[in-house]
Design a protein around this ligand. Structure first.
Ligand code: LMR
Length: 392
């Protein structure tokens, strides 16, 4: 039988954690697994700005007829000033299209790079596990280098060496901010060095921007990306609104291309559109339409930005509380205070992760990644005590 030729595949480890956690009857359980924001009450509510825009969309939408493979271009354009700044098209050299979530954007960026001749992609590790999965699925080679040093700082020298040593037709995949899974971002000086090395070497930058606003601020979190774009002739940007608009399951993303000149941009998009058509035909509309409504309305935009600010402020508070705790057993929590975004890596073994789950009902990725937003002032002391017990 044909299907007998298939071998069983392990479920995606991060997504499998959701199910494991849901099935655990212990009321004190703590979910530090998949990357979703949670409030101090442990919930992931729909943003008020999203609710208001959805009400408007429901009242106003008069057709659900097809859009093209590029999706809702009103959404794609409305996001651009937030990502790229005051000259959002960089003189007509940047445009975009909508994608099913940030994953769709990363997939499209890598598939288009491959179509343009890229075979090898340099990437700091650890990284978001799906980056490696997408590369493997496309049959592209991953050239790994260490993202961070043991002291918790970014190993920018490893990145610069990878960029300078890359051959022609090689790309580098960068996280714009809130590095997943380490929370360790590059400083402004490091971004300047990265931009200069990219400009000099011709290595093609692919930037994954999935967490804008969750690190230091909307503008601050885009500064590295903008420094790169100001220095290089061409780049791809994969953008996600899943986190900063809280639209996770609605799958809201965008793929942007910066080209050397408008003709090249048009040709690149004709290829991107063909790839999108063959993969998903067109992206789901709802979440993108919601973002468009928010960003075209100054009051809703202000409300959304305030909600992003509140989200970021809470995560900074949790980070400060972890750093103030100092140590948990052998683990130094102090560096977590200055890292960014939803994630941090703890130097724990797979066995210790299993022990935390089995004995303390604490769920985290086997890699040692925790979702900072799963911690609250109520469960944080218990988390630190459990960590100290397990990682003595
Ligand atoms: C995560 O890393 O937890 C998130 O990006 C969710 C996902 O799709 O893996």
């Amino acid at each position: 039988m044909m299907l007998d030729r298939l071998t069983p595949q392990a479920p995606d480890a991060l997504l499998a954690l959701i199910r494991l956690h849901n099935a655990d009857p212990r009321p004190e359980k703590i979910d530090l697994g998949v990357g979703v924001y949670r409030t101090e009450e442990g919930t992931t509510p729909v943003f008020a700005a999203v609710k208001a825009a959805e009400a408007q969309l429901l009242a106003e939408q008069d057709s659900k007829s097809y859009l093209g493979p590029e999706g809702d271009m009103g959404f794609v354009h409305a996001l651009m000033p937030h990502i790229f700044g005051a000259d959002p098209t960089m003189g007509g050299r940047i445009s975009g299209m909508q994608t099913p979530g940030g994953t769709g954007a990363v997939r499209l960026a890598l598939a288009l790079a491959q179509k343009a001749g890229v075979r090898r992609v340099h990437m700091g590790v650890p990284s978001w596990p799906n980056h490696a999965q997408i590369l493997a699925d496309l049959g592209m080679e991953l050239a790994p280098f260490d993202h961070a040093r043991a002291d918790g700082s970014a190993d920018v020298d490893a990145l610069l060496a990878a960029i300078r040593g890359a051959g022609p037709n090689e790309a580098v995949l960068l996280h714009a901010c809130c590095h997943n899974p380490t929370g360790i971002d590059y400083t402004a000086d490091q971004w300047a060095a990265i931009a200069a090395a990219l400009a000099e070497s011709g290595t093609f930058p692919i930037i994954d921007a999935a967490y804008q606003g969750l690190g230091q601020g909307m503008e601050e979190d885009a500064a590295g990306l903008r420094a790169v774009l100001a220095a290089v002739p061409e780049a791809f940007i994969a953008y996600s609104c899943d986190k900063n608009f809280g639209q996770y399951r609605d799958r809201v993303g965008a793929f942007y291309i910066m080209a050397g000149e408008p003709g090249a941009l048009e040709t690149a998009f004709s290829n991107a559109n063909a790839l999108a058509r063959a993969a998903w035909s067109m992206p789901p509309d709802h979440g993108g339409a919601v973002v468009r409504i928010i960003l075209r309305d100054p009051d809703l935009t202000a409300q959304w930005l305030a909600e992003v600010d509140a989200m970021r402020a809470r995560m900074r508070e949790v980070r400060a509380a972890l750093a103030a705790a100092g140590r948990a057993g052998r683990i130094d929590l102090a560096p977590l205070g200055s890292q960014n975004g939803l994630f941090a890596m703890l130097p724990v073994t797979k066995e210790e992760v299993a022990q935390l789950r089995e004995e303390h009902a604490i769920y985290m990725a086997a890699s040692g990644r925790i979702n900072i937003a799963g911690l609250t002032s109520t469960n944080l002391p218990r988390f630190i005590a459990a960590l100290a017990a397990v990682a003595a």
